[in-house]
Write a new protein. Sequence first.
Length: 528
Amino acid sequence: MKQPSNNANLFCALRAAFPPDLDQTAVETTSPQGEPLLYTWRDLDHASARIANLLASLKLPAGSRVAVQVEKSVEAMLLYLATLRAGYVFLPLNTAYQSGEMEYFVGNAEPAVVVCTPGNFGWVSKIAFKAGTQHVFTLGDDRTGSLLDRAAHQADDHQPVDKAGDDLAAILYTSGTTGRSKGAMLTHGNLLSNAVTLKDYWGWTATGGPDGRGDVLIHELPIFHVHGLFVAIHAALLNGSKMIWLAKFDPKAVLAAMPRATVFMGVPTLYVRLLAEPGLNKDATKNMRLFIAGSAPLLIETFNAWRERTGHTILERYGMSETIMLTSNPYGADARYGGQSERRGGTVGFPLPGVGLRVVDDAGKALPVGEIGNIQVQGPSVFKGYWRMPEKTKEEFSADGWFKTGDVGKVDERGYVSIVGRSKDLIISGGYNVYPAEIESAINDMPDVAESAVVGVPHPDFGEVGVAVVIAKPGAKLDGETILAQLKSQLANFKIPKRCFVATELPRNTMGKVQKNLLREQHKGLFV
Ligand code: MLC
Ligand code: AMP
């Protein structure tokens, strides 16, 4: 593959980082039947070229979206790389989304190509064709489906399409601070700049480690969000590092991989579940270099327990779909902060190099060190805006161009940032975002419901889970279990409140606004 020097296509930078010996193993995984599978760097190059050539053969308009709702597999990652390579826009979707949710995403994004699982082809293709999609392919987690069948006839070399840093690479749907899910538009420049920063800040190395070939990543997160798709995959590829690829998080499989690995990234729930494994100890983790946590607050108890059991100090970082990674605890001494190298539990560390972070009051005035307020950010990884929502995009930026994260926090005198809450009404459950307004609206549409409120309460496994409080219409009878069963047929499973109470009224303030803080207080002991 020829490398044009001025092509800002992210794929070019990732491909340039492949090791010189393309016959080395790049990904180690198992088939759904449990047989070992190895992919070399050459396999990644050739297979992504074939899929890119297939996409190119479709002669799609520039900027076309490729929407993907498939189970995790190496081929699903290759489809991501192929989409970058072919110059189109990747749009990953959670496999838990049901038809109503898919109808919204596909209708909103109008993808030219949709890729779904063979089992979902019937209903997904119906939604896609209705929205004007021309091409629907299937991809199974066992390498079956029309995408690979068609790609098999394509050439295994492909010249990455020329892109500018400002060109779109991906759209990630996120609830943002308010309103329905919005597509955060991320550019090739956003993704590459963040990946380069993290590779450097987290000390990724291409030599040493268990097999002398440098870092080895355990990849066990889903690949439809920033954490698993961008932070994890980009870091490994940009360092030419092998990945031990698990289709699903399984604490025993992670423990078994640790002697052959050096880096692990997870949401806090994964750390809680690993701590429940008796085999987790200093010996089991002795080859590991770095444990990174993020996507939701890591409890100080988990941070301390991990250090006690393994001798490793988890490095917590903070980010968002709209911005990729923003802050990180230091890996080594950070010269910008007087050489401080301590990873402090309960904080998300320092703004990453190139990131501006400020804490402001509700009027937008900067607050002094130590005071709690709204976190605003700017930098090269901050997204281009919400897909087809210029007004909403404008609202989410300050007049002087800083992005309003919707997170509430402070910066201490040593420069460490802490997140203490959220101004956005959002529940983060096991690292997934649940937007209460969406659940309330689904409950309120039920015929006997007058109104409802959904709040987040502490949970030992998921960190936080939703609880619904529902009021019946006069004379109507409601039952919490029936409401939950009905929601299950409409919404992704992780969004379903874990409990549903029927009450006679919702607490309100003098302005008539529901006091969610009182409901949270009332139900905070349900699971802990
Ligand atoms: C599963 N369930 C959840 C849930 N995950 N409930 C609440 N919150 C969750 N996160 C429920 C299901 O509905 C189901 O309930 C039951 O648990 C079992 O489902 P499962 O699919 O078998 O669960 P499991 O495999 O155990 O999944 C748990 C998990 C998963 C923690 C491994 O949620 C996960 O992979 N989370 C990571 C999310 C992530 O990658 N976030 C990054 C976002 S990026 P029932 O009743 O139907 O049986 C981001 C930016 C940043 O935030 O900073 O990184
Ligand atoms: P998402 O929209 O899925 O990208 O989720 C982003 C949100 O996750 C942020 O706005 C934060 O509220 C939250 N988040 C991410 N990392 C952390 C962290 N380390 N601590 C607390 N909250 C976090």
